[in-house]
Write a protein that binds this ligand. Structure first.
Ligand code: ARG
Length: 566
């Protein structure tokens, strides 16, 4: 039952307000002691020609207490409502019981497709911390939209095309060492790529050679194509290891190369619409009316670029998926690029392009050497993940030396800690990684939330033999129980708000608060102690059970796994 709607519908009846207006006006009081829902009477003063306080007093008298509402109080110009705690708890707990992992989901997405493009690393280049940020945010958004009933497609727009592949082919043919490459593909490919740049400084003819190889690749030359494929396959094996560790899966790996034969059409369309103008030999779309630099479509040598491929990709996605939203989870430094391509698409008259959104995120700082294992200048992600797992293992081993399944636990907790850190604040904020706060089992962290869950599960295991399915929830009406139950009821709102703003941190904050309230509850309300009577035990166990369901689901939205004991 919707307690809020019950109250605001009645207010609408009593005042003649429209139901939606009444519902929109209702507020959550700043302090729980002031009730569960407040209705400000100020806007009514004009119509009713009375002081807000007098209106509140009058309505308080007219409003029938009973049913879901235990008490109505006028306080200044506000009308404060106190729900019936037992009714409320019964409603929420039985709702969670019935819905299980679907609690907090909705049907808002039925029939709509949301594309979430994320991760998108570059072939033969390291998967860096920015790609991990993108992966954490994108994977979370994909799960959040799924929970809301959308048909979600996770897309990995691999950076697998462009003139750099001409350089790589040239470098490989000159200095490539097959054995070394197969041992550590990305590290070695990066090494020869860097060497290429150094050598080309001294001998510019290398650049011509690279252009020649890229041209060959574009023309489908056998040797160039098979080398390109070789680099790509080796890189994907490395990326896949990271995705497996993170539990991330994609529906498509169509990268930039996939669109290489789909760009002529884009160029034709833009030309036909009269949008292309020449600038220094290049073909560009002028965007001066938006005060942004022109978007280059064809370089002076006729080659297409990153932007052209992105425009072709958007058109392809529209045709293939008829998307409702097409979300790009890419760092803030590419904000101008997305502004430009979205503007070009709008100028081309593609109405559907209004569904395209750049979901940006800030920078990641890795203070101290302890955090980063460096090969040259680059932080290798796999090393960071492994370091987190190792540190977690050390913590578990020292605090509970005989814990079971240490491998699995260290992995789930160590990786969860990293994902949590990326999703802790609004995504545009820069992040400073700190092992201490990331792995602080008592602070705001993944381990803290995972611990709450494990604690709940252990209580349920110890309650074997007790059936709490028919618990009398009027026995669970203490302040701590009631606050916890209210928070459980807010899960759907948190998921929806996260999707509306493309901000997974709203779910992160939700689950952190839930874990805190859960801790407070079980620390103040004994559950299995001998002196607790069986009916109260059942009511409290029902709350523990529901809290575990919701913590697990919310952590899943963040890509974080749970463990049954810690
Ligand atoms: N590969 C790019 C990079 O590593 C990110 C791609 C972003 N997606 C896009 N559709 N342009 O910077």
């Amino acid at each position: 039952m919707d307690f809020k709607a019950y109250v605001t519908d009645k207010i609408a009846e009593l005042t003649g307000l429209d139901r939606t207006a009444a519902s929109n006006a209702a507020e959550t009081p700043p302090d729980e002691k002031m009730g569960d829902l407040a209705f400000p009477c100020f806007p009514l003063a004009k119509v009713m020609r009375k002081a807000p306080a007098a209106i509140a007093a009058e309505l308080a008298e007219k409003f029938p207490a009973g049913g879901p509402v235990a008490k109505v109080e006028a306080a200044g110009g506000y009308l404060n409502f106190f729900f019936d705690r037992a009714e409320f708890a019964k409603d929420i707990i039985s709702g969670i019981n019935a819905a299980g992992e679907k609690w907090g989901s909705s049907g808002e997405g039925a029939g709509k497709t949301v594309l979430v493009e994320y991760s998108s690393p570059n072939i033969a280049k390291p998967f860096h911390i920015g790609h991990l940020f993108s992966t954490a945010v994108g994977n979370s958004l994909a799960r959040i939209y799924k929970h809301l009933g959308y048909n979600v497609q996770s897309l990995n727009h691999l950076g697998d095309w462009g003139t750099q592949f001409g350089k790589l082919i040239s470098a490989y043919k000159r200095w490539g060492d097959k054995a070394a490459i197969e041992k550590e593909p990305i590290k070695e490919l990066l090494r020869i790529y860097v060497k290429f740049h150094e050598e080309a400084e001294k001998d510019p003819s290398l650049d011509d050679e690279a252009r020649m190889y890229f041209k060959k690749l574009e023309d489908g030359d056998d040797e160039a194509t098979s080398l390109w494929k070789y680099f790509k396959d080796l890189s994907l094996v490395e990326f896949q290891r990271v995705y497996d560790m993170l539990g991330v899966k994609f529906d498509s790996y169509n990268g930039e190369a996939f669109y290489s034969d789909k760009m002529d059409e884009v160029v034709d369309i833009l030309r036909e619409k009269g949008l292309l103008t020449e600038s220094d030999g290049a073909q560009v779309v002028d965007l001066s009316e938006l005060n942004i630099p022109p978007c280059i479509i064809l370089k002076s040598d006729g080659a297409t670029i990153y932007a052209t491929r992105d425009i072709a990709a958007a058109l392809y996605r529209h045709r293939t998926y008829d998307f409702y939203k097409n979300i790009y989870v890419v760092g803030t430094p590419q904000a101008l690029h997305f502004k430009q391509i979205f503007a070009v698409m709008k100028k081309a008259g593609w109405d559907w392009s209004s569904g395209c959104t750049h979901v940006n995120f800030g920078l990641v700082k890795l203070p101290g050497k302890a955090m980063s294992t460096r090969h040259g200048d680059v932080v290798f992600l796999e090393d960071v993940l492994n370091e987190s797992i190792e540190k977690t293992r050390a913590i578990i081993e020292s605090s509970s030396p005989d814990a079971s399944d240490i491998d699995e636990k260290s992995k789930k907790i160590g990786i969860g800690a990293i994902l949590y850190t990326f999703l802790k604040n609004s995504r545009e904020k820069d992040i400073v990684f700190s092992w201490e706060s990331m792995l602080d089992f008592e602070g705001e962290s993944a381990p803290y939330c995972q611990y709450s869950y494990a604690r709940g599960r252990s209580i349920l295991r110890r309650a074997e033999g007790i059936d709490w399915s028919d618990a009398d929830m009027s026995l669970a009406a203490s302040d701590e129980e009631y606050s916890l139950v209210k928070q459980l009821g807010l899960y759907g709102d948190a998921v929806k708000a996260a999707a509306d703003k493309n901000e997974p941190f709203l779910v992160n904050r939700y689950v952190t608060n839930l874990a805190k309230l859960f801790n407070k509850f079980y620390n103040t309300n004994p559950i299995l102690k001998d002196d607790v009577d069986i009916e109260t035990k059942k009511a409290r166990l029902a709350i523990v059970d529901a809290a575990c369901t919701v913590i697990k689901s919310a952590l899943y939205m963040l890509g974080i796994e749970t463990v049954e004991s810690m």
